[in-house]
Design a protein around this ligand. Sequence first.
Ligand SMILES: Nc1ncnc2c1ncn2[C@@H]1O[C@H](COP(=O)(O)OP(=O)(O)OP(=O)(O)O)[C@@H](O)[C@H]1O
Ligand SMILES: [Mg+2]
Length: 456
Amino acid sequence: MKASLLIVDDEKHTREGLRAALEDRYDVFVAEDAAAGYALLESESFDVLLTDFRLPSEDGMKLIRRAKSLPKPPVCILMTAYGSEELAVEAMKSGADDYIAKGRLQIDELEMRIGRALKQQSLEVENVSLRQQIETKFGLDNIVGESPAMHEVFEMVQQVAPTRTTVLILGESGTGKELIAKAIHQLSPRQRAPLVTVHCAALPATLLEAELFGHEKGAFTGAHERRIGRFEQAQGGTLFLDEIGEIDATIQVKLLRFLGERTFERLGSNKTQTADVRLITATNKDLPALVQAGKFREDLFFRLNVIAIRLPLLRDRHEDIPLLAQTFMKEFADENSKKVTGFTPDANEALEAYAWPGNVRELRTAIEHAVVLCRGERISVRDLPATVRSRTPEIGASSPQSVLGSGELTVKEAEKQLMIRALKDCGGSRTEAAKKLGMSRRTLHRKLHTYQLEKL
Ligand SMILES: Nc1ncnc2c1ncn2[C@@H]1O[C@H](COP(=O)(O)OP(=O)(O)OP(=O)(O)O)[C@@H](O)[C@H]1O
Ligand SMILES: [Mg+2]
C-alpha cells in the first residue's frame, strides 16, 4: 500500500509540480493553506505532511505543531524558500522531522528524506509498543494467580488502569492490595510520574494531615520548615492511601473536598493548591460497617468506592497455592544461593491443607523459612513452620460433605473435618458434639488432642 502524503503550499506551480513528481510513489493530496491542510489532516490519516513555511494566514510551523498533536501524527517535513540555521532549529522545535530548503530542492533527495523520516517514525512506533509491552508485563507479571478469582482481578486492573477513576482495593491482610495498587499505577498513563504511598494507620491524625497536605513554616509546634505534602509529591501521578479506614473526621472532609474540586491547602496557609493526582485507596476494614457506626463519612465512602476491587482470601483460591509457593521458592533460593528445586508431596499437601489466615504474605514468609531450613533439594514438610505443619483448618473452612466427597483424603483428615464441623454446629459444646458424632466425650477429647484441635 502506498503511503499517503499531504502537500501544503500556496504556490500552485510548486504544489502541482510536487504532486506530479511524487504521485507514482505516494497517494498525494494537496492544500493551499494551513486551514485547508488541517481540515484534511483531521479527516484522513496521513503518513507524511510536506508543508511550506510561508503560508497566507498561519505558517507551516504552526500547522506542524497542530499535526503533531493529532492521535496519529504524520511525519512532518518543513520547506522554506531560503534555508537558515535558526529556522531549522525552530522547525525541529515545533516537531518537524526534517527541514528542506526549497531553492536546492531535488526530487530524489526529497524522496530520500521522506523515506528516511518514515523509517525513523516506524522504528519509534515500534519502540513505544515494545516498551509498553515490557511495562505491561512488569505491571501484572509479578502478580501470581491462575484462579478464576484472580483472573477477574487482573481484568478489572486492566480496565481501570488507563482511567483516572478512584479505585478502592478491599481485602484482608496479606492478600496483595499494595501489589495491585502498584500494578494499576504502572499500567496507567501516569506510570512515569510518581506513585506515592501513605500508610494512614502509621501516623497520628495531626501528623497524617500534615503529611498528606503539607505545611507552612510555623503551622504547628515542630513545623520548623515549610514542607510539601504527599498530594503535591504525587503531582501527575498516583497517591495510594493504604488503610483508609483509619483516617479521622478532619482528613475525611479534606479528602472529600479534594475528590470534588481537586483542591486543598497546606496546613497554616490559605493559598489553595490544586493537584492532578489519581487516588487509590485500600483497606482490610469493613467500610460500610464503619459508615453504619458513624466513623466513616458515607459521602466519602461513595466517592472512594467508584470502582472496588476485592481480593480473594488465599484459602478461597487453593489452586494458586502451588504456583505461589513455587514462585517464592525460586525467589528465596536465588536470594540465599541455595539449590532448592521443589517440594515433596507431603509438603505440598500441608501447604494446601493449611488455612493461611495471613494470606499470601504468610505463605511467602513460610516459604522463606522453609528454603532457609531446607537441607536437600526439595522442601519437605518438616522444613515448614510449625503452624503450617499442624494444618489446623478454620472452623467451617470446608464442609464434611465436600471433604468426604474428595477421594484424596485420608480417613484421619476426614475424621478431623467431621469433628470440626460437629463442634461448630453445636456451638463448641463437647457433650453435644460427641453425641452428634456417636462417640463418647472422652474419645472426642482424646481425638481433639491428637489432632491438636483442643482450642476449638
Ligand atoms: N498474587 C500475588 N503474587 C505474588 N506475590 C504476592 C501476591 N499477593 C501478595 N503477594 C506478596 O505478598 C506480600 C503481601 O502483599 P501486600 O503487601 O500487597 O498485601 P496487603 O494486602 O497490602 O497486606 P496488608 O493488608 O497487610 O497491608 C507481598 O510480599 C507481596 O509481594
Ligand atoms: Mg498493605
